[in-house]
Design a protein around this ligand. Sequence first.
Ligand code: FES
Ligand SMILES: [Fe+2]
Length: 379
Amino acid sequence: MLRTLQDHALSCIERISGAAVAAAVRVEGLRYLHRHVPLDDIARITEAFYTSRPCESDMWRMMATVAKDEMGMDGGFYLLREVFLRIVPPFSTYRDRPGYHVRRRDVDALKYKFGSHAPHRDSWAGDSVNLLNVWMAIDEVPAAAGITVFPGFEDIELPHLSTTPFYATHEANLPVVPQTFDMRPGDCVLFGADELHGTRLNTTDVTRVAVSGRIALDTPRYWPQFASTNRDQWLRASELDRPEPDFIESHETVAAPPTDSEGSHHTRLPRPVRAASYHDWTDACAQSEIAGGQGFSIRIGEKEIALFRRGSDIIALDNVCPHLYYRLANGPQRDGRVTCPGHCLSFDLETGACTDDPSFAVRRHQTRVEGDRVFVKLA
Ligand code: FES
Ligand SMILES: [Fe+2]
């Protein structure tokens, strides 16, 4: 099965980039495809995979096997017709290419090519709420390049973007350390539609190559307000062996819509504080407001600062992640680092340097403690 999926991926590379490129990738491994495949071909390769029927049926079979053997399900589940090849080259290969990395503080920023996906739930995206995602590595995927899941966030309401309700906003507070996995070829991660998940910015030197598909555990169910493109794209697993299986058009809707979560306890905005003058010491907060494990954020004029406790020290860094502007104070702090809740870049608290990619850094600012008060001076 793994071999079949790898061969399908290679045949799509051959179709789009040519036989010589495909031969080189076959020798070196899919994870090194960025050495041979032009960046501009990647979207077309994933599309070729998506529209190729043999891939579909092999993926369906793989998912049905996972559901039956790993989860003990009988045939009463459904498979989504669409299967995806997910190719994400190392960030270093497109960091400086115009058009490949949009640095804009708006929703469009999330649409840059080869996206590392910020935390989201698939039910937000109009997918069946009883969906199970099957994400399978078809070459080695190091943890630092792969899928991330945020355990314990299944039932917690998060603020999400109102116009494109796919992703947690920059305000989302995600104190848990995201779980990542080193995956060998053929390893799968399964997660539900309502589990918060995303993918890391790929700061490794290998391309992330995975396939993903979707299982509905029983009749597909949708939030009524989302016009879904795939409601009629479900195949009953018990019909998998029929030569021309029917795709169901019926589905159920579930009543519980997502509410506007403005003001949710998981929205943590910086507290505005008044500066005597921009470059002077500013009375920022009480020491007791800065817990260990996560930052506390303030705003001085337009400038956002994240304050962290490390032993007896208070450390002040820029709050806004230079990648796509999520707030560092809302990410988990561990081992002298803070991890961005956006796409999991980590920053050293002492230096502000990004420990995953040297092209990113945040500024450190001066702090001073007087009694219970913490003062900050901007660098
Ligand atoms: S916003 Fe992407 S890693 Fe911080
Ligand atoms: Fe997803």
